[in-house]
Ligand binder design. Structure first.
Ligand code: DX5
Ligand code: ZN
Length: 217
């Protein structure tokens, strides 16, 4: 299963040793680093912003997968486009012109992702599927790590994979929330190829074994 992209989420790292934690993820076989940006408004938690991402960008070459859980992605977009992000994922539920934000991300030479919350139907993202590089059907209610994987969301993963096939499109399908070796297998079977893992990756004593297990399960 070398086709799976493993993306540990920094949210679950030891923030007193951020650069060492990023190095630990890279040495453990991480393909991408997932960066959860939370504004205390779109979700009930506050994490970090573009300055943190810039610092990580300057200390490593790993692909930076930025997940914006913020209410006004359009307002903050110039700052996130300038901090070294390789992929910027915005939520369809946020307060912005989604098509315009996605176009702006691509215009800047950054890959564009679109996320949807568990309560949001797949139909809401359909108009945008021809204009994205990644779709993220959330497998938990966003805001916190360590929650249980919502297996019901595999219906959206399957619908996205079927739509992509029927329309000759090429976007990645990512899952985020509650991913561990058991749920990684379920998500991959449904059609997801990018697996975000917070607690099951950074929380593992042997992160390399954890990542390998999620890649091969
Ligand atoms: C949830 C975040 C996730 C989170 C995943 O709001 O978007 O990326 O860090 O954490 P785990 O893997 O612990 O569910
Ligand atoms: Zn995330």
């Amino acid at each position: 299963h070398t086709d799976r992209i493993l993306a540990p989420s920094l949210l679950a790292a030891d923030w007193g040793r951020v650069t060492e934690e990023v190095t630990r993820a890279i040495n453990s076989g991480a393909d991408w680093l997932h960066l959860d940006v939370m504004d205390g408004h779109f979700v009930d938690n506050i994490s970090f912003g573009p300055q943190m991402i810039q610092a990580i960008h300057e200390s490593t070459d790993i692909f930076l997968d930025v997940h914006l859980m913020i209410s006004r992605p359009d307002h903050y977009l110039p700052r996130f486009l300038a901090c070294g992000a390789n992929m910027i994922t915005v939520h369809v539920e946020a307060d912005h012109n989604v098509a315009h934000t996605l176009a702006e991300i691509r215009k800047a030479g950054v890959l564009a992702g679109l996320a949807l919350n568990p309560a949001t139907p797949f139909e809401e993202v359909v108009p945008h599927l021809a204009h994205i590089d990644l779709l993220l059907p959330m497998t938990v209610i966003p805001g916190f790590g360590g929650q249980a994987f919502m297996e019901d969301m595999m219906r959206k993963v399957e619908a996205a994979a079927a739509y992509r096939e029927a329309h000759g499109l090429e976007f990645h399908i990512e899952v985020d929330g509650g991913v561990n070796p058991t749920t990684a297998a379920i998500a991959a079977k449904a059609g997801a190829n990018v697996l975000v893992a917070g607690s099951s990756a950074f929380g593992a004593t042997d992160m390399k074994a954890a990542i390998t297990a999620m890649r091969e399960a």
